[in-house]
Ligand binder design. Structure first.
Ligand code: F6R
Length: 264
């Protein structure tokens, strides 16, 4: 794992978008794993701008999202399909047929999960997976006690996650209680993981995920097992980490980060 600390949320989004753009330019056939949520919104805004202003080309790119709510169709404004169409897919030159999310309306949900895994395999696996982190440490919707080897499946959301979503769904009674999510095992098979977190409300969980013991209670800790995982945080989200001197030193000195330092 490597941790990159940037001054604020904007700089985090800039760096993450530039990393994605760099990988996409190096490999136009990139298989990109995507996430939703508030943290990702600015990344998608920057990617849309890079497409319009710097001709970032998505025409050969394929995408797989981490998750989708059970019971919401793609035209429901609260669905993750709707979120992705609005914020990224309609803003760039991606072929919609190459964009994949689990279908939360599938009559056979277990079959849908198996098929989603098979689709990822047929695409050759995910090259770069973008991840956010929930306040209790979920990645995707891998809530506490998600097996570290879990695959795409239906997961019951915790009351805390349902509560967090309640504002979006107007009241808690209408918020979905289950989601289809890639498993922790599915995520660990991606070639590279890129986790981003911003704001002081994520500081505790970032410290646990990065420097705490690996536990299925906090699925993000499983990323410590990944051979190539980059965690990009702002100062606020980094405020409870211990080894920040070392993390800063890496960013300031390692050649890999030279082109990204120029943004400062
Ligand atoms: C959504 C997802 C979730 C979010 C996480 C953080 O696709 O995978 O794990 O990334 O809940 O959400 P925000 O960014 O809204 O704090």
């Amino acid at each position: 794992m490597e941790v990159i600390i940037r001054p604020n949320a904007d700089a985090v989004a800039q760096l993450v978008a530039r990393l994605i753009a760099k990988e996409l330019r190096a490999n136009p056939h990139l298989v990109l794993g995507l996430a939703t949520g508030r943290t990702m919104e600015s990344v998608y805004r920057i990617l849309a701008r890079l497409h319009k202003e710097k001709q970032l080309d998505f025409s050969l790119c394929r995408t797989f999202n981490l998750d989708e709510y059970v019971g919401l169709s793609g035209d429901n404004p609260h669905s993750y399909r709707y979120y992705m169409d609005k914020r990224l897919f309609s803003q760039v030159n991606i072929d919609k047929r190459n964009t994949h999310l689990p279908n939360g309306m599938a009559p056979d949900l277990d079959g849908e999960c198996r098929e989603y895994e098979a689709k990822i395999k047929r695409a050759g696996g995910i090259d770069l997976q973008l991840l956010g982190i929930g306040k209790a440490g979920h990645i995707g919707f891998n809530e506490p006690l998600s097996a570290l080897r879990s695959r795409t499946r239906v997961k019951a959301l915790t009351p805390a996650t349902i509560e967090q979503n309640a504002a979006i769904f107007e009241d808690v009674g209408r918020a979905p209680r289950r989601a289809i999510t890639m498993g922790v095992g599915t995520i660990l098979e991606c070639r590279r993981c890129l986790l981003m977190a911003t704001g002081v409300s994520k500081a505790d969980i970032v410290a646990k995920a990065v420097e705490g013991p690996i536990t299925s209670m906090i699925s993000a800790t499983a990323l410590q097992l990944h051979a190539h995982c980059t965690v990009v945080v702002d100062e606020a989200a980094a405020s409870k980490l211990n080894a920040t001197d070392y993390y800063r030193w890496i960013f300031q000195n390692e050649p890999e980060w030279e082109e990204f330092r120029a943004q400062d």
